[in-house]
Design a protein around this ligand. Structure first.
Ligand code: FDA
Length: 309
C-alpha cells in the first residue's frame, strides 16, 4: 500500500510542473474542484472569506498564488500585487499576514532582484505592523530562502520568517541556527518531490522528525507556527504544551484553506491560536496539484465534481 501511495504522490507531483496539464486545468477553471482549496481569483473574494474566518476567531495568512516565475517583469508585478494586498488587509482591518513564494519574486532567475522584491514587501509590511512569511519551495531553493531571511533579520527587519520542512535531513541544523537568531518559523512536513539523498522517504521518519523539531521550537519559546492537519500530531502538541506549560501566546496551529475546517474552528474555540492559509489568484494550478497529491480521496472529490458540471 505504501508503494502505491508513493507512486500516486510522485505521479501527481510530476503533473504540478506539467504545462499541458496546467493549460487543460486552467481551461476548466476553478470548477474543476479547485474552489475547495482556493479562495477565489480576486483579492476581494479572498478578503470576504478571511472576514468569515476572523469572525470565528481564526487568523489568516494571504497568499497570492504564483511561483516559478520566468521573467523578471512578472516577478515585479507580483511584488506590486503584494503591495496592493497589504493595503487591502489594512483597509479591511483583517487579522491577516501574508505568505509569498521566493520563486514568485524571481529567485530562480535573478536572486538579487528577488531579494530586493522581498525586502520591499517586508518594508511595506513593517510600516503597517504586518508580517511576511516566506514559504519554502523545493530543495534547490532552501539555502537561498534561509539566507534571504537571515540577511533581512541582520538588517533589522524582524517582521519576516520562513518555513522549515521536517522531511529534509538538514532541517535539525537549520532549526538550531534559526532559533539562535530568533527567527519566527512555520514548521511543516514538506510538500515537494525530493531525492532520497536529501529527504526522508518514509512517512514515519518524517513524522518523528516533525515531532522533534516542534518540541525543540516550543522549548525555545520563539514564536512558531505548527502547520499540519495531522490530528495525532496536533493532539501530541496539545499534551506537550500542557505538560511544559508552554504559553498559548508563543505558538499557533496553521492549516490550509478548505482542509479540516471543523478542526480549525474547534481549536480556536478551545483557546489556541489558529491561522488559516488562504490562497487566491489565477495561478492556482501547481498549488492545487500538491493538495491532490497529499490525499488520494481528493482526486475522487475532483472527479465527482467534473461529472456534476
Ligand atoms: P498528512 O499529509 O499526514 O495529513 C494528515 C491528515 O490531514 C490526512 O490524513 C488528511 O485527513 C488531512 N489532509 C492532509 N492533507 C490534505 C489535503 N490536501 N486534503 C484533504 N485532507 C488533507 N509545505 C512546504 O513544503 N512548504 C511550505 O511553505 C508549506 N506551507 C504550508 C502552510 C500551511 C499552513 C500548511 C498547513 C501546510 C503547508 N505546507 C507547506 C504543506 C505541508 O508540507 C504538507 O504537505 C501538508 O500540510 C500535508 O501534511 P499534513 O501535515 O497535513 O499531514
Amino acid at each position: 500500500l505504501e508503494f502505491a501511495d508513493k507512486l500516486f504522490r510522485s505521479a501527481l507531483l510530476s503533473l504540478a510542473g506539467n504545462r499541458a496539464a496546467e493549460a487543460f486545468a486552467l481551461k476548466y477553471g476553478l470548477r474543476l474542484g479547485a474552489h475547495k482549496f482556493v479562495a477565489g481569483e480576486t483579492l476581494t473574494e479572498a478578503l470576504e472569506k478571511i472576514q468569515r474566518l476572523n469572525d470565528k476567531g481564526i487568523a489568516a495568512t494571504l497568499d497570492h498564488l504564483g511561483e516559478g516565475v520566468t521573467r523578471i517583469s512578472e516577478a515585479d508585478s507580483f511584488r506590486e500585487e503584494y503591495s496592493r494586498l497589504l493595503i487591502g488587509i489594512r483597509e479591511s482591518k483583517a487579522d491577516c499576514n501574508v505568505s509569498l513564494k521566493p520563486t514568485q519574486m524571481g529567485l530562480a532567475i535573478d536572486p538579487g532582484r528577488a531579494y530586493d522584491n522581498i525586502k520591499q514587501i517586508v518594508k511595506e509590511a513593517r510600516s503597517m505592523r504586518n508580517f511576511v512569511r516566506i514559504d519554502m519551495e523545493d530543495s534547490a531553493y532552501t539555502d537561498d530562502t534561509i539566507n534571504i531571511v537571515r540577511r533581512l533579520h541582520a538588517e533589522g527587519y524582524l517582521n519576516v520568517g520562513t518555513v522549515i520542512q521536517a522531511y529534509l535531513f538538514r532541517t535539525e541544523k537549520d532549526i538550531r541556527r534559526l532559533s539562535l537568531e530568533k527567527v519566527n518559523l512555520r514548521l511543516v512536513k514538506g510538500a515537494y518531490k525530493e531525492p532520497k539523498t536529501l529527504a526522508f522517504a518514509r512517512m514515519e521518519d518524517v513524522n518523528a522528525n516533525f515531532r522533534e523539531i516542534i518540541a525543540a521550537r516550543l522549548r525555545s519559546g520563539i514564536y512558531t507556527g505548527v502547520a499540519t492537519h495531522d490530528e495525532a500530531i496536533i493532539d501530541w502538541v496539545k499534551s506537550f504544551v500542557k505538560e511544559q506549560t508552554t504559553p498559548y501566546s508563543s505558538f499557533e496551529f496553521q492549516m490550509l484553506y478548505g482542509i479540516r475546517t471543523q478542526l480549525q474552528e474547534t481549536l480556536a474555540k478551545e483557546g489556541y491560536r489558529v491561522r488559516c492559509y488562504v490562497p487566491y489568484g489565477r495561478m492556482w494550478y501547481p498549488y492545487f496539484v500538491r493538495r491532490l497529491a497529499e490525499r488520494p480521496a481528493n482526486v475522487l472529490f475532483i472527479l465527482k465534481n467534473m461529472i456534476k458540471h
